[in-house]
Ligand binder design. Structure first.
Ligand code: NAD
Length: 503
């Protein structure tokens, strides 16, 4: 496969309701991970383009914030209809640049769609409180008002879902949006921009700015950006939180993860094995909610590993457009990094039960392949345990008791998701209470909250106090104003320099 001849397609920024007309000083290649071919070049914004985009979003804010709720909701309903209709197109764009299999890409769009549905209920969600008679002749009410220009910075692994965690809620609340998608997967964001326009969203309310660190840093320090919603790796999340916070912005920065799935001796081991394979290798392990550590509470390990390896032998790895179970990794560099962890695991003394290197593939030789890999007898000191690998590598840690399993999960610096497999309701109830993780599943391996709850981890998996979408999303994208009202009443006339006494 020629790796350079398919890159004539140019992807540029979307601002003020149309493609940017300037010339970018820097661009980045976009690859099809299943073939290794360059399929497009994406423009990378500099600080001047960031200024231009934020200005377009700022202008749109002055009218969008005053647009009536029924008009905003009409746009959201239409966007929902269009997104559902065009979901296959969005999914195809995701598979072509990320590599995940088409079904999984369609599932990602569906999850995003559910947040749009949540945002359609915005009139109810924006209701403030009202108190009549807080004092004689005094009423108090609270308003929720939009922030202004909100920035969304998203990772490569969910090109549509992560932007849709934030944009529908931000827009419904009356804000305008500058989305900076991952430069590895820029096309899904462009499709979303087109759908918003077709849905009748005024120009400049939803903008897409492509770029890398330069664009991100310009957004984090821009005086006219009111808030930053970031999702990505923990080191960058920390940087985003610190920088945007120092520049006075409201920030939510979701970081990386190392999710543990604990299997107790009384669990249904077939269910647990299915869950471990699905959550360990789905999307090639490139999910922030992927299970990367399986904590087997003895004596289950041998039987559970047997069931997992049987299932792994049936997985078909290959091009996501060919009905395979698992696609390639996102880039050649990332595939090599993950393969490096397989080597590191062996060197550290873990037992390599299934080696994914060089496994059979239904795809082009130039694709970024690495098949599912399973390690047993992993210990908490090994790099395959401590580091977020973000690939199809599952590590089994054997422990002797529930308490040891819980201590392991709670000692992790991350706290995104976790799951317990058991048939013991009392153990499940204890786990739910004691575990220091933001999202917990009981016999559910990837406990992503439905759209009317909120998504977010604890510890190094989230910086800030607001989770994504759901009630936290509305809280994040609005600020509260409390109004105390008194209409003139002759009894209250007169000078009184004291603090008013409630009467
Ligand atoms: P990343 O941190 O490399 O990139 C995320 C975004 O930040 C991208 O838009 C990228 O262009 C930008 N960026 C990259 N380096 C930067 C830098 N030095 N300064 C400023 N901006 C920078 O993450 P990724 O590789 O795209 O995504 C995978 C990571 O995202 C994993 O760690 C995964 O766990 C995490 N993730 C977390 C969640 C969650 O909900 N907690 C969800 C999805 C992904």
């Amino acid at each position: 496969m020629d790796n350079t001849t398919h890159g004539d397609r140019r992807i540029t920024h979307w601002l003020g309701g149309k493609p940017w007309t300037g010339t970018a000083a820097r661009t980045s290649d976009v690859h099809d991970p299943a073939t290794g071919a360059v399929t497009a070049r994406v423009d990378l914004a500099d600080a001047a383009t960031v200024d231009e985009t934020v200005a377009a979003a700022g202008t749109a804010f002055t009218t969008w914030r005053r647009t009536s709720l029924p008009k905003r909701v009409a746009v959201l309903f239409e966007f929902r209809r269009l997104l559902a209709e065009r979901a296959p197109e969005v999914a195809a764009a995701i598979t072509a640049e990320h590599g995940k299999v088409l079904d999984d890409a369609a599932g990602e769009v569906q999850r995003g769609l559910e947040v749009v549905e949540f945002a359609c209920g915005i009139p109810h969600l924006l209701k403030g409180g009202h108190t009549a008679g807080a004092a004689t002749g005094v009423d108090v009410h609270a308003l929720r008002q939009p922030l202004g220009v909100t920035a969304i910075i998203s990772p490569f692994n969910f090109p549509a879902m992560v932007p849709l965690w934030f944009a529908p809620v931000a827009i419904a609340c009356g804000n305008t949006v500058v989305l900076k998608p991952s430069e590895k997967v820029p096309s899904a964001a462009m499709l979303l921009a087109e759908l918003w326009r077709e849905a009748g969203l005024p120009d400049g309310v939803f903008n897409v700015l492509h770029g890398d660190r330069e664009a991100v840093d310009a957004l984090l320090t821009h005086p006219d950006v009111a808030s930053v919603s970031f999702v990505g790796s923990t080191p960058v999340a920390r940087h985003v939180y610190a920088t945007a916070g120092a520049h006075g912005k409201r920030v939510q920065a979701l970081g990386g993860a190392k999710n543990h799935m604990v299997v107790l001796p009384d669990a249904d081991l077939d269910l647990a094995a299915d869950a471990a394979v699905n959550a360990g290798f789905g999307s090639a392990g490139e999910r922030c909610m992927a299970v990367s550590v399986l904590v087997a509470v003895e004596p289950v390990a041998d039987e559970l590993i047997g069931k997992i390896t049987e299932r792994m032998a049936t997985l078909r790895v290959g091009d996501g457009r060919r009905g395979c179970d698992m696609g390639p990794l996102v880039t050649a560099e990332h595939r090599d990094r993950v393969a490096g962890y397989v080597e590191a695991g062996v060197a550290a003394g873990a037992e390599l039960v299934v080696d994914g290197r060089g496994g059979p593939v239904d795809g082009e030789p130039g694709g970024y392949w690495l098949s599912p890999t399973l390690f047993d007898r992993v210990t908490p000191q090994m790099p395959i345990y401590t580091d977020e690998i973000f690939g199809p590598v599952l590590s089994v840690v054997r422990v002797a008791s529930y308490d040891e399993a819980l201590a392991l999960v709670n000692a992790s610096p991350y706290g995104n998701g976790t799951a317990l497999f058991t048939n013991d309701g009392g153990a499940a109830r204890r786990f739910e209470e004691e575990v220091e993780v933001g999202m917990v599943g009981v016999n559910v391996p990837i406990p992503v909250p439905v759209s009317y709850y909120s998504f977010g981890g604890w510890k190094a998996s989230l910086f800030g106090d607001s989770h994504a979408y759901g009630p936290d999303g509305v809280h994040f994208f609005t600020r509260t104003k409390t109004v105390t009202t008194r209409w003139a009443d002759p009894r209250h006339r007169g000078i009184d320099l004291g603090f008013p006494q409630n009467d």
